[in-house]
Design a protein around this ligand. Sequence first.
Ligand SMILES: [Zn+2]
Length: 142
Amino acid sequence: MGTGYSVDLTGQKFGYLTVESFSGRRNGHAEWNCVCDCGNRVTVRQIHLKSGHTKTCGKGHQADLVSPNTIEKIQNRKVSKRSKSGKTGVTWNVALEKWNARIFVKGRNIFLGTYTDVNDAIKARKDAELKYFGHVEEEATE
Ligand SMILES: [Zn+2]
């Protein structure tokens, strides 16, 4: 006894989160250190992992798990609110202070990575357009 946890979740995957190590107990709740697929690290209560309540780092990244309509709304809101890339699928990640590149293909939102330079993110998106669509999309003027 004294480890503080009853089940070992190390290495287990919950949505986008992979459990790295036991964090400790706070207010009677076991908490785990997790790393998100986007690279963010978060500490999550065990009950939230097991119930499915928490599946991502929750920092500008939750768009991956919601419906396409909501994704568009979130992206539009973000782009207009913060830095504008001028490129569909390239949005500012507030938490990482980097550019997220993603593409929506056949009902799936594909994450293309995070980039410090917006031009790298746009290039990643264009490369993905060529790969998935066979051509680079024309940009709609706003
Ligand atoms: Zn994340």
